[in-house]
Design a protein. Sequence first.
Length: 208
Amino acid sequence: MTSTEITSLLLIAQAAITLLISIRAFALYSWTRKDLHFILGTSMGTIAVVGVVGLVGDNYFAHTFSTKLFRYAAQLVSYTFLLFCAIRSSEQFLRWIKRWQFFFIGLLLVMLAVTPLLPSISSPLIDASTSFLRAIVCFAICLTYASLFMKKETRFSFLMALSFLLIAFGIAITTPWYFSPTTVLYLYIGDGMRTVGLLTLFITYFIP
């Protein structure tokens, strides 16, 4: 099995897991009408779409245009909204966040539409920096839920902290690969860790 096939399988797994989390979150929203579930469903659904765009773009359009800029921006926006929800969960604040999420989703759709016209990211430093921003946001989410666990010691806050710790470190571990693409082991470990993190997040929302 080639390195491209391995990374593609990991991306498929990540897209499938985030899609299932999104479906679960929207199902919970239909029952509870809590904006927190809607924001989670939208964020995870966006990340699932990013996975599909990455698979299609890397395998069919890599020589024509790059989808990296859109993918990094979409994931960064999605994780940032989840960070806002972790920091503050009042209903009034979440309604405000929900409205802004609609606005940014609209901007991301425009960005996706004009992606073939955008310049490709060719600098390893820019690649690594924009990618690492996602790790920083995910680690901030981890710290927020870890703080909640220290106060309340709930299973939910523990699993959420663990999920985003794995996702953050999974993204961070891939950093050397941007400077030396032949070191695919970093990519395998990072993508594998992210997949486990997303799977933990999936379990968190399916445990009664």
